[in-house]
Every structure is written in structure tokens, then in C-alpha cells.
Design a protein around this ligand. Structure first.
Ligand SMILES: *Cc1c(COP(=O)(O)O)cnc(C)c1O
Length: 420
């Protein structure tokens, strides 16, 4: 479900014409629907009503402060992967008591910062990291709550770059070694083991891998409990997929119906880390056609957005639907590459795409761009990062101003010896 629909041939976000937004704030820009965001959050959270749970929004999908604040208001916690994300989460008012910290390379500074703010727990990915957390906690006279991230060796059947739960992956502990690692963790005086964590990948379009992975984890939980380790939290990670083209991913309700009965009687709090499923279809990237070009073999639609604004097509070969903001009845269908101005052959938003003929000046909407869109944006080719807009109740809110040229050189210094 989302709120980017046509009215009389004009795409709107909720009840605001995209064309009007583009006129007011310029292009390219990301546009998010408040209504879609709230509906998605509530659908997910509500689906798990029968078990005690924490939704920790995976903020690497979208970390704009306004969106995080909205999530906080809805009761969401945060799944963070860096000190910078913790800073954002706190600034947005997300409760540290609902914040969990994953990632294979947490620095001591980041560990200290997280302990200072008393986050719920670290999701630990190696024994070296366990020891580092123990040491930092000792220096601070604290005990750190941790979950061990288990790699259940389950194929999530998604793109290799976003698949994280296979044996060869850099994430977590292998299930066979888990017991020993829990023993180590329990022996460290400044560590308190409270949970197990897994996250097998992103954009999953079936329930089965979630269930299989959880079952593996639950076997381990049973063994741990019999050894006297009190597991209070089971974190099943994120990864629920969305519809980019014709995928039919399970609904949160379907996931909940498969998962809830398995954990119902365990007296544990279930933690979930959804990212994409909350924000993916709640945002679009709006871009204007600059030129069209016909080479001997190909037709190009050259637009003002590029790989630095939305890297998913270049990085993963990801598919994003591209729709005209204004439908032209009887428009001719063309096959074209939609490309940006960046000086790389890998700079494209769509390849060999069948689409209505687009003319210079036309606006195009790159759909399903709310997750891993702006958060992956860069300044490559010295392109200022684009504006982010939130639509609520017919109002246009600029939640991140378009960067200016001066922003591009902030922090850069020409040393004295070069200054004359
Ligand atoms: C990326 C990530 C998520 C979120 O994944 P989505 O596919 O966006 O739901 C959750 N947990 C961890 C540990 C992650 O790395």
C-alpha cells in the first residue's frame, strides 16, 4: 500500500500534486508520505500484538530526523550500526531502552558512547568484539547487555550483496560455535548475556527462510536455557521484502502468523528490525528529464537524478519502477536507458526499460525509493545532495534542505603552504 496515486492523470502524494512539489522545491527530490509511513509502521507493529515485542526500526534504510521522530512517536526503537546513527536516534527522541547496536566493526569510541547512553543491547558479531565491549564496560564500571548474533546458515534467496546469514558471510557466529561463544560471554565480568540475534538478509519475499532460521535459533535458546543462561530477548532481525515490480512478499501479518506461535510460550521479548518494509514504498525520487538521445543502438533518457542520489540500480542492479508524473494519453512506448549526469557508465536508474516516451522537461517518479535511497546518497561528481520532503495533510514539509555548493567544501582546508 502507498499514497502515490494518479488523479486525472497527475501523480499525487496523498492529495498534493507532485508537479506542485517539484515547482516549489526543485528537482531531484525525495518525497515521503506521512500517511504511508504511519500505516506501514502500524501494520507491522500491530501484526505482532499477541507477543511482547520491540520494533527497532533499521535506520540505515532511512535516517532523516523527521522520519525517525515520526517512528519514535509511534513507539519505535532503533536498530543502529554506528555512533552516527546513535547520535541521530537520540536527537530524534528514540528511546535508548529500545535501541540495539549491530555491526562487525564497532569501535571503542562507539561502544563507550552506546554504554554512556545506556542502549538496550549490543548485537555482538565476534569474540574479539565481546572482549572489547567487556574492557570498555570495565573502564566505565558498567555491565554491557549483549545478544550474540547467530549466523544460521540459511539462504534467504535474495541478492548476494544483501544476503547476510550464510556461512561465508562476515556477520555473526556460526551456529556450531555459538555455545562456546556464549560460555565465553558468560565468563566475562562486565558482560550480561540477555539475548540471541539473527538477521539473514534483506528483501526476502518468502516466510520460509524466516521460520527456518528462527527454528535453528530456538534450538540454541533451549540449550542455553538448560545451561542456565537466561535468554530474555530473541531478535529476528529485519529483511521483509517489498514490491518493486511484481514481487509478492508476505505481509507483516503473514510473518507474524508464522513467527508468533513459535515464540509465544518462551517468556521472551521478541525484537524485530524492519527497515525497507516500513519506508521503501513510502518514498519516491522525483527527477526531471534534461535531454533525450538516440545512439546507433540505444535510446537514452537523461535525467537530473543520478547514481549518487539513488545507487541501488548501479550497486545491485535493483529494479525501480519509473512512472511519468503526468500521464499522456496515447503516449508512444519506448525502450530506453534512464541515465543521470554522473561520469560513469554505471550511472543509470533503469536499463532497457519500456516506458512511455519522455520529453525534456517532463517529470519522472522513481518509485519505491524510500529505503536505501537518500541514506546511500553521496556527493560524487560534487553534486549537492537533494532535498527531502515529507507530505502530511496537504502540507509540504522540507525535512532536509537541498545542499548548496558551500556544503560541498565544508571542512576542507587549503594548508598554509598552498595558500599563496
Ligand atoms: C539491514 C539490516 C536490517 C534491516 O533490513 P531491511 O531489509 O531493511 O528490513 C535489520 N537488521 C540488521 C542487522 C541489518 O543489517
Amino acid at each position: 500500500m502507498h499514497d502515490f496515486l494518479y488523479r486525472q492523470g497527475e501523480m499525487h502524494c496523498e492529495n498534493v500534486a507532485i508537479e506542485r512539489i517539484a515547482k516549489e522545491v526543485g528537482t531531484p527530490c525525495y518525497i515521503y508520505s506521512h500517511h504511508t509511513l504511519v500505516q506501514h509502521y502500524r501494520a507491522f507493529d500491530g501484526a505482532f500484538h499477541s507477543v511482547p515485542h520491540i520494533v527497532a526500526f533499521a535506520m540505515k534504510a532511512n535516517s532523516n530526523l523527521a522520519i525517525l521522530r515520526l517512528m519514535a512517536r509511534e513507539g519505535s526503537g532503533a536498530d543502529i550500526v554506528s555512533g552516527g546513527e546513535l547520535y541521530r536516534a537520540l536527537k530524534a527522541g528514540i528511546s535508548p531502552a529500545k535501541t540495539v547496536f549491530a555491526g562487525v566493526g564497532k569501535t571503542r569510541e562507539e561502544i563507550r558512547y552506546a554504554l554512556q547512553t545506556d542502549i538496550l543491547m549490543f548485537n555482538v558479531e565476534s569474540s574479539a568484539e565481546l572482549r572489547a565491549i567487556d574492557e570498555v564496560a570495565a573502564e566505565m564500571g558498567r555491565r554491557a547487555r549483549v545478544a550474540l548474533r547467530i549466523n544460521p546458515d540459511i539462504d534467504p534467496k535474495t541478492h548476494p550483496y544483501i544476503s547476510t546469514g550464510l556461512k561465508k558471510s562476515k556477520f555473526g557466529f556460526s551456529a556450531d560455535r555459538a555455545l562456546e561463544e556464549f560460555k565465553l560471554a558468560s565468563s566475562l565480568p562486565h558482560i550480561e548475556v540477555v539475548g540471541v540475534h539473527k538477521h539473514i538478509g534483506s528483501q526476502l519475499t518468502e516466510v520460509a527462510p524466516f521460520v527456518e532460521a528462527l527454528k535453528k535459533i530456538l534450538l540454541l535458546v533451549e540449550v542455553l536455557k538448560s545451561h542456565g543462561t537466561d535468554i530474555r530477548y530473541i531478535n529476528i532481525g529485519g529483511g521483509l521484502g517489498i514490491t518493486y515490480s511484481d514481487e509478492r512478499p508476505p505481509r507483516p501479518q503473514d510473518l507474524a502468523e508464522a513467527i508468533s506461535p513459535l515464540v509465544h510460550d518462551l517468556k521472551c521479548v521478541l525484537i524485530m528490525e524492519p527497515g525497507r518494509v516500513i519506508v521503501g514504498n513510502a518514498g519516491i525520487l522525483v527527477t526531471r528529464v534534461l535531454y533525450t538521445k538516440q545512439s546507433e543502438t540505444k535510446r537514452f533518457v537523461i535525467v537530473d537524478a543520478a547514481m549518487n542520489d539513488l545507487i541501488r540500480p548501479s550497486l545491485y542492479g535493483a529494479y525501480h519502477e519509473i512512472r511519468p508524473v503526468r500521464e499522456v494519453p496515447g503516449a508512444k512506448t519506448i525502450t530506453a536507458d534512464v541515465v543521470g549526469p554522473v561520469c560513469e557508465s554505471g550511472d543509470f536508474l533503469a536499463k532497457d526499460r519500456e516506458m512511455p516516451e519522455a520529453r525534456p522537461g517532463d517529470l519522472l517518479a522513481v518509485m519505491s525509493a524510500g529505503a536505501y535511497g537518500f541514506t546511500m546518497a553521496s556527493n560524487y561528481n560534487s553534486r549537492p545532495r537533494v532535498a527531502e520532503i515529507l507530505i502530511k495533510d496537504g502540507q509540504i514539509h522540507v525535512i532536509r534542505a537541498r545542499e548548496e555548493y558551500a556544503d560541498l567544501v565544508r571542512g576542507e582546508v587549503i594548508p598554509e603552504f598552498l595558500s599563496t
